[in-house]
Design a binder for this molecule. Structure first.
Ligand SMILES: [Ca+2]
Ligand SMILES: [Ca+2]
Ligand SMILES: [Ca+2]
Ligand SMILES: [Ca+2]
Length: 138
């Protein structure tokens, strides 16, 4: 339980009354991240995806834009997710374009279009990582 004494919508020291009842909840098992640097840890700048498997598909929802190990093709409107980090496109790797079909950036965003479903180094969050659900709508 939290009382926002100064109404700044942030939890400050002293505002946590009962640490047992916060909006902290576990990520759903379908909330995964792209382990861009392959350290098995979510870094905060890695993309978060709602997916039931480790295949990036057009039906998956990108919850939080972020790094996804995207690499440039010779044609620079495309990016591929370099899942095995060999700097080469492999047959199982995801291909992405920007919604605008202009030059792609290296950030995986909700607006990006997944042209070819595939691997993207997607990992599950460990179940002991919790997040604060600000508006309780997850
Ligand atoms: Ca990582
Ligand atoms: Ca998927
Ligand atoms: Ca590769
Ligand atoms: Ca993008």
């Amino acid at each position: 339980m939290i009382r926002d004494d100064n109404n700044d919508d942030n939890v400050d020291k002293g505002e946590i009354i009962d640490p047992g009842f916060t909006d902290l909840r576990e990520f759903s098992p379908n909330t995964m991240y792209v382990d861009y640097d392959r350290d098995n840890i979510y870094s905060g700048e890695e993309a978060i995806i709602l997916t039931s498997d480790d295949i990036l598909q057009s039906s998956d929802v990108i919850l939080s834009a972020g790094k996804a190990g995207l690499r440039i093709f010779e044609t620079n409107i495309y990016r591929f997710a370099d899942s095995d980090h060999n700097n080469q496109y492999g047959a199982n790797e995801t291909i992405i374009v920007e919604a605008s079909r202009e030059v792609a950036d290296n950030i995986l965003e909700r607006s990006d279009i997944i042209l070819l479903e595939g691997e993207a180094c997607i990992r599950s969050f460990l179940s002991d990582i919790l997040f604060l659900d600000d508006n309780a709508n997850f």
